[in-house]
Design a protein around this ligand. Structure first.
Ligand code: P6P
Length: 333
């Protein structure tokens, strides 16, 4: 069977009026950057990129952590293309402006360059998460306020998963589509059209070591799951926790499930654990586009109006019926 690549998929989305030429270019550039990150991630200890920053590599340069390298790859890949007005990264406090000698475009790119990087040193899957907004700011240097748009304003969202295979999962608002990197050809092959989240599941993902910190609705929900067949849910449930959001979300997109990093007493002071703009929002767009749901417990994640670029939110997402159950328990509390 003839293989369709990411490039052909994006040209066909543009031909159907679902993406602009600039958005297509932006996604192609991010995909190329993700391939470079995948090469670095897959080298592991062979490339001396593991462990903490601060040591010197063979050239005597300051050795950088892999997430710093991933951040630099994404920034440098996207600076010159002329499709962006500015960028924001989990790794960088301030908005990253496009260098003055490059043209600017109409989009804002936000990303977590290497999410789950604490798993790198133990060779467990990690990922890159990205979100695209339209630039609404006047002037040539958008500041933080230009980025503070609710997740409903995203024009595209996606992630790369550096697992046994490297995959790119993407939505431009017309369903969720998965691509697998063919390392020999160096191209992303369209392997997973219209990925959907089953509305029911018997699998849940949460860091159970935080149980004593959870709020009552989550305590109630998880306790019912743990009671299994003899409890109010009438069936046994299974649990998974990779501690790499991209891996957990990808599993849910592939076979269903519910992922929870809810508000708890430990992270309350920070507003939650996960970041809104470049973790929760892109994943929420993907999950909703795949027929699932994503809530803070009190409101739809995509409706949250951001106050700060790096703000955190509680995240409960995945199979529609389970997420709605947790949201109902919050309403009843
Ligand atoms: P914990 C990784 O650091 C991350 O941001 C997400 O990818 C992941 O879901 C979560 O934190 C894991 O948190 O508290 O279980 O280590």
């Amino acid at each position: 069977m003839r293989r369709v690549t990411l490039t052909q998929f994006l040209i066909e989305q543009q031909r159907a009026g679902r993406t602009s030429a600039d958005l297509r270019l932006l996604i192609e550039v991010v995909a190329r950057a993700v391939k470079a990150i995948s090469v670095n991630v897959s080298k592991g200890a062979l490339a001396g990129v593991l462990g903490e920053a601060g040591t010197d590599n063979v050239q005597g340069e300051a050795q950088k952590k892999l997430d710093v390298i991933a951040n630099e790859i994404l920034l440098q890949a996207n600076e010159w293309g002329g499709h962006l007005a500015a960028m924001a990264s989990e790794e960088v406090e301030e908005v990253h402006q496009i260098p003055f000698d490059y043209p600017k475009g109409g989009y804002l790119l936000l990303f977590d360059p290497l999410d789950g990087s604490s798993n790198i040193d133990v060779n467990i899957s990690v990922g890159t998460i990205f979100s695209v907004l339209r630039n609404t700011a006047a002037g040539t240097e958008p500041d933080e306020s230009a980025f503070l748009q609710p997740g409903t304003e995203q024009v595209a969202a996606g992630y790369a998963l550096y697992g046994p295979s490297t995959m790119l999962v993407l939505t431009v608002g017309n369903g969720v589509h998965g691509f697998t990197l063919d390392r020999e050809m160096g191209s992303f092959v369209y392997t997973n059209p219209f990925m959907t989240v089953p509305v029911d599941t018997s699998e849940y993902a949460i860091n159970a070591s935080n149980q004593r910190f959870w709020e009552a609705p989550v305590q109630r929900y998880v306790a019912e799951l743990q009671q299994g067949e003899g409890g109010p849910r009438g069936r046994d449930f299974n649990t998974r926790w990779v501690a790499s959001m991209v891996a957990d979300v990808h599993r849910i997109l592939t076979r269903g499930g519910i992922f929870m990093y809810p508000m708890d007493e430990k992270c309350r002071a920070k507003g939650g654990k996960l970041r809104l703009m470049y973790e929760a929002n892109p994943m929420a767009m993907i999950i909703e586009q795949a027929g699932g749901a994503a809530t803070t417990g009190h409101q739809r994640i995509l409706d949250v109006v951001p106050q700060k670029l790096h703000q955190r939110v509680p995240v409960i997402l995945g199979s529609l019926n389970e997420v709605e159950r947790v949201a109902a328990y919050h309403r009843e509390a």
